[in-house]
Design a protein around this ligand. Structure first.
Ligand code: GLY
Length: 256
């Protein structure tokens, strides 16, 4: 059960966000409308939405998921692996906002790097992808912090995806969306795996919030597969402009 989310409005500099997508630059006006629709969908799920202002110096800062891991016991401020994102976590409003909800705030320190887009929560256990953004030291620090609070974590080797949650996302009720390199990972065999077809791979990144699953608009096979589970109210939000800079639904919020 989540009660709160934190989002950050994209700045005009979103157009300069890191991208491997080869889909052109985001249209800022459209991105803002999509962000408003995202906030509206989050509000519908019943959570309180905390909206932080844009940070023009950081093109990728609307992808606030990568700035902290918010658990049931503590928040852990990350240390992003992407050089242009490293200082996002120094934002004046990040720690004070987390402090409204958490007495315990921890931090990842150098030489560790970790972006929580690489972290998938399943109850009290956290899967941590070792990606180009998250190194073994960052994962090790994260697992030590989790264990201090009675939580646990394990690392997942990665080869292709940007972030772990680019390709695998937990929807509670034992349901797991899996795409690409994660489809045959035996560690996920215990879940009810919903395999994402190659042509809708982007939609592996859906988010569960309470009774709802938010799905990116334009991926009918994934939407149908989730609806057919019969356990969720499904909402769609268009994220086309964020896809152009390698961002998805989960990247755009902290949920706790
Ligand atoms: N553009 C999103 C990221 O690279 O983290």
């Amino acid at each position: 059960m989540f009660s709160n989310v934190i989002v950050r409005v994209p700045g005009k500099s979103l157009t300069e966000g890191i991208s491997g997508a080869d889909e052109g630059k985001p249209n800022y006006t459209k991105a803002i409308v999509q962000h408003e629709n995202y906030i509206n969908a989050l509000t519908k799920t019943g959570v309180g939405v905390n909206v932080l202002p844009p940070m023009e110096d950081f093109p990728d800062s609307c992808f606030i998921e990568d700035n902290a891991l918010c658990t049931s016991k503590c928040a852990i401020i990350s240390r992003p692996g992407a050089q242009t994102r490293r200082e996002e976590v120094q934002a004046k409003d990040l720690r004070p906002t987390l402090s409204k909800f958490y007495d315990n705030i921890e931090e990842i320190t150098a030489p560790g790097t970790i972006e929580p887009g690489d972290i998938m929560m399943v109850g009290d256990h956290f899967y941590i992808g070792l990606s180009a953004r998250t190194n073994a030291e960052g994962a090790h620090q994260m697992i030590s912090i989790l264990e201090k609070y009675g939580l646990s974590g394990e690392t997942v080797e990665m080869k292709e995806m940007l972030h772990l949650k680019t390709g695998v996302n937990y929807l509670e009720h034992n349901n797991l969306l899996v795409a690409g390199e994660f489809k045959n990972d035996p560690r996920f065999d215990k879940f009810n795996k919903i395999e994402i077809p190659e042509d809708e791979a982007y939609a592996a990144n859906c988010i569960w919030i309470n009774d709802y699953v938010i799905v990116p608009a334009g991926y009918p096979k994934v939407k149908k597969a989730i609806e057919e589970l019969g356990q969720y109210k499904v909402l769609e939000v268009d994220t086309s402009e964020y896809r152009k800079v390698d961002g998805g639904l989960s990247c755009l919020s902290l949920r706790f």
